[in-house]
Write a protein that binds this ligand. Structure first.
Ligand SMILES: [Mg+2]
Length: 365
């Protein structure tokens, strides 16, 4: 544990409210940055968390030295482009967020676009064709969706009806009996589990990616599978629902698909997972911080990860070597710290977290 953090534990909570931007030095070298979770930290459902505006304004230079402290928004949410999410958050909290600062669950998957730029990739999840638009934007030029498969052959899942809205399709004339699927990528929650699991299984069990065929031997998995977020449960405010118990998330689809694949083939389904708490997502966020930071960092950069979900935000940050800060405005509402995934610092809200870190880093504690 760093000496800075050791000192932080000696400070009583409540004191931090008195620290503010006036402590930011104009001469010290910048060696820290922030990564904020969104739901439960900056917003809750479609409402802002009141302290979020002040917290981000402090980092945007609304302080005595006019210094900008770099930050990214790091969320397991998705299903929209980074620009759309930046616009949504900017409006809700009244602080301008640049799309470059937004890391969604599927953002790290854009690094796969080079490998699959001209390969047919099945993009699963999201409302309508929103995730297809995201994938195209990343550079997956041959992306297709379950809507395309259903339009090609509605018998592929007879329990759902193909969309009558042809604008949902990537290309209405695709003949999938001749067009292999090279990879399956789940970008967001499935809006039709039965259809999507069936079509994913069809691709994963197929001979050379041709839908409707079956392999003779499942020893080697030909079609790679990628998940953007494997959280089993979603908390109601993330789903804009007031139901009093958690809802099934993308991770639940993974459990179902893994089980079905094992039952049908006798083999374990291999896949790669992104999203918090997986390291690949933190590596990507680190790249983003490098790209958005204009002031040169001196020495090792301390990244403070502020989140409300111990299993995702705190476990992920601790595992990656960032400093974890747990806030009480979302999933976690306990008095002390999470027992399962304890954070290095616990704060009431995001404003307290930012003020506390600024004070720590500027050496005023
Ligand atoms: Mg959250």
């Amino acid at each position: 544990m760093s000496s800075v953090l050791k000192r932080s534990f000696g400070i009583k909570q409540g004191v931090f409210g008195s620290f503010g931007s006036r402590y930011i030095s104009t001469t010290s070298k910048l060696n820290y940055a922030f990564a904020f979770d969104i739901d439960g930290v900056l917003i809750k459902g479609n409402k802002q968390i009141p302290e979020a505006t002040r917290a981000l304004k402090l980092l945007n230079g609304d302080n005595s030295s006019n210094r900008r402290i770099p930050f990214v928004l790091l969320t397991n949410g998705g299903g929209v482009t980074e620009s759309q999410k930046a616009e949504q958050i900017s409006e809700l909290i009244n602080v301008k967020i640049d799309p470059k600062q937004v890391v969604l669950s599927h953002s790290p998957m854009q690094n796969l676009a080079k490998k699959y730029s001209d390969k047919r990739v099945l993009i699963v999840g999201g409302r309508g064709r929103s995730c297809y638009d995201v994938a195209k934007n990343y550079g997956f030029h041959e992306a297709v969706t379950p809507h395309d498969i259903m339009h090609w052959n509605s018998s592929s899942w007879p329990l759902s009806t193909p969309t009558s809205d042809l604008s949902m399709l990537t290309n209405p004339a695709q003949e999938f009996s001749q067009l292999p699927i090279h990879a399956v990528m789940v970008f967001h929650d499935s809006f039709d589990w039965g259809r999507d699991i069936q079509i994913m299984l069809d691709a994963l069990c197929s001979h050379n990616g041709i839908l409707g065929t079956r392999k003779n031997d499942y020893t080697v998995q030909d079609v790679p599978l990628y998940w953007s977020n494997v959280s089993l449960l979603k908390f109601p405010f993330c789903f804009f629902t007031d139901f009093p118990a958690p809802r099934l998330g993308q991770g639940a689809v993974k459990v179902a698909l893994d089980s079905l694949y094992k039952t049908l083939t006798g083999k374990n389904l291999q896949s790669v997972s992104f999203g918090k708490p997986h390291a690949a997502t933190y590596q990507f966020a680190d790249q983003v911080l490098d790209a958005i930071t204009t002031e040169k960092f001196v020495g090792k950069r301390n990244v403070y990860a502020v989140g409300d979900n111990p299993a995702a935000d705190i476990q992920g940050a601790n595992g990656y070597g960032w400093t974890s800060i747990l806030v009480r405005t979302g999933v976690f509402t306990g008095k002390d710290n999470s027992k399962e995934f304890p954070a290095q610092i616990v704060c009431e809200n995001v404003e307290e977290a930012v003020e506390k870190v600024i004070a720590l880093e500027e050496g005023k504690l």
